[in-house]
Design a protein around this ligand. Structure first.
Ligand code: NDP
Length: 238
């Protein structure tokens, strides 16, 4: 059997597409999200589904330890879970900022902490952090979200440098707009409508599988090759 792959936020969108792809490639999986029923509905073989809020380090670590006991060490962790709550800073609730920083930044740190000591000891392993093109440039109504994704880029690159000597790869994937549930959590109908017409004007956006393909491509390079960053977007996205 191939090596264990862990994917956060596999209950929809990019994480779900990647889970299907990694399963088809023969990897045993640990899939994490809060909606356990959506993970279980994927019905993938050699797959542990765990109801974990990634902001809770203890339950994240316990899920990893349980999967390692069953399938062996984690070879790939994909920190994919994320939340995008668009808004204007003068009117958006602080609770929305908190949620984004907790999930997009602290949840990702929790994930790296859960696997890195073991990867460094074994001198192998790969972490893929799903950032965003909003971690490279700014967009209207995205200030707090962009802050989290710029942080993901900075953290990923910093950790990559720190663990390079241990032969561990840290890869940042930065997609442009993708058709998933992500936008649906924004509370302003006006912002949602504006975003939808922006997507229509460019003739559509990426599919989740396009991003999964980029993750798989980077992961499947030999361990001595680290694709540090991939930025991908619909060709017509500015
Ligand atoms: P979805 O909303 O479809 O998926 C988000 C996933 O994150 C869900 O599986 C959700 O599961 C999980 N999640 C959210 N909060 C938590 C939490 N506290 N604990 C555990 N899991 C959580 O969106 P995408 O697939 O689009 O998003 C995946 C990643 O891609 C995100 O990091 C996003 O920022 C990034 N991205 C997306 C783009 C897009 O346009 N869609 C563009 C660029 C980047 P559950 O609710 O079951 O917990």
């Amino acid at each position: 059997m191939k090596n264990l792959v862990v994917i956060t936020g596999a209950s929809s969108g990019i994480g779900e597409a990647l889970a299907r792809q990694m399963s088809a490639l023969g990897h045993p999986l640990l899939l994490l999200a809060r909606r356990l029923e959506k993970l279980e509905a994927l019905a993938l073989p050699n797959c542990i589904c765990a109801k974990v809020d990634i902001t809770d380090q203890a339950s994240f670590q316990a899920a990893i330890d349980n999967a390692v006991a069953q399938y062996g060490p984690v070879d790939l962790l994909v920190n994919n879970a994320g939340v995008m709550l668009l808004g204007q800073i003068d009117s958006q609730s602080a609770a929305e900022w908190q949620t984004m920083y907790d999930v997009n930044v602290l949840g990702l740190l929790n994930g790296m902490q859960s696997v890195l000591a073991d990867m460094k000891e074994r001198n192998t392993g790969t972490i893929v952090n799903i950032s965003s093109i909003a971690g490279r440039k700014t967009f209207g109504n995205h200030a707090a979200y962009c802050g989290t994704k710029f942080a993901v880029h900075a953290i990923s690159e910093n950790v990559r440098e720190e663990v390079a000597d241990a032969n561990v790869r840290v890869i940042t994937i930065a997609p442009g707009a993708v058709e998933t549930e992500l936008l649906s959590h924004t509370t302003s109908d006006e912002i949602i409508a504006g975003y939808q017409s922006w997507k229509e004007d460019m003739g559509g956006v990426l599919a989740a599988v396009d991003v999964a393909n980029a993750v798989s491509f980077a992961y499947r390079q030999p361990q001595n090759v680290c694709i540090r960053e991939i930025v991908l977007a619909a060709t017509r996205q500015q």
